[in-house]
Design a protein around this ligand. Structure first.
Ligand SMILES: [Zn+2]
Length: 176
C-alpha cells in the first residue's frame, strides 16, 4: 500500500470509527512519519495522530493475510484506541487532572503521571478487547509485547492495575 493509499484507508477507517462513537466532531487525523509509540490523541487541539511506520510495522506479523488488510485493521484499531481515549479513558482534561490529584501524597508527580498514563492505557485496551470486541487488539498487543516496546503490555496490566488501586483508595479517602 502506498502512502497515498494509506491516507485514503485512514480517511475511510476514520469514518467507520467515528460512526461507532456517534460521530464526534473532531479534526481529521494526521498520518505522520515520526516513530514514537503508534498513535496519540492531543487533548489541547483534539487532533489524532497515527504514525505511518507503526502501521507498516505489522505487515507480515500475522495480523491479517495481506499487507492491505493488515494496514486497514491496524489503522482502524489505532483510531479506535485514540477515540476511546477521547470518549472514555480519560475522556477529558478534567479527568486527567482529577486522576493526577488523586495520587497526591502517595508518590512524586512524575510517578503519578506514569501510573495515570498506564492506567488509562490499560483501561483503553481492555475496553477495546472486552467492551468493543475489536478484532485487532489482542494480536496487535501480543506483537507489541514481543517487541518489548509496549509500556502498557498485557503482561503488565495486572500489576499496573494493582498499583493504581492504591490511587483509588486514596481517592475514596479524599471524597469521604
Ligand atoms: Zn493509548
Amino acid at each position: 500500500m502506498t502512502n497515498k493509499n494509506l491516507k485514503q484507508t485512514m480517511k475511510k477507517e476514520w469514518q467507520n470509527v467515528r460512526k461507532k462513537f456517534y460521530y464526534p466532531q473532531l479534526p481529521q487525523p494526521q498520518l505522520v512519519e515520526k516513530i514514537k509509540g503508534g498513535g496519540s490523541f492531543n487533548f489541547e487541539n483534539l487532533e489524532t495522530t497515527v504514525e505511518e511506520p507503526y502501521v507498516k510495522s505489522f505487515r507480515g506479523k500475522g495480523i491479517a493475510a495481506t499487507d492491505e488488510e493488515s494496514d486497514t485493521i491496524v489503522l482502524n484499531e489505532c483510531l479506535t484506541h485514540e477515540l476511546t481515549h477521547y470518549m472514555k479513558h480519560p475522556g477529558s482534561v478534567f479527568n486527567i487532572l482529577r486522576l493526577q490529584k488523586a495520587g497526591q501524597g502517595i508518590a512524586d508527580a512524575e510517578t503519578i503521571s506514569r501510573l495515570r498514563r498506564d492506567y488509562t492505557e490499560a483501561q483503553t485496551n481492555l475496553d477495546l478487547i472486552v467492551a468493543q470486541n475489536h478484532p485487532g487488539t489482542i494480536s496487535i498487543a501480543r506483537e507489541l509485547n514481543q517487541r518489548g516496546a509496549y509500556p502498557g503490555s498485557l503482561s503488565k496490566f495486572q500489576g499496573r492495575i494493582l498499583e493504581l488501586n492504591l490511587l483509588d483508595k486514596r481517592e475514596n479517602l479524599l471524597v469521604n
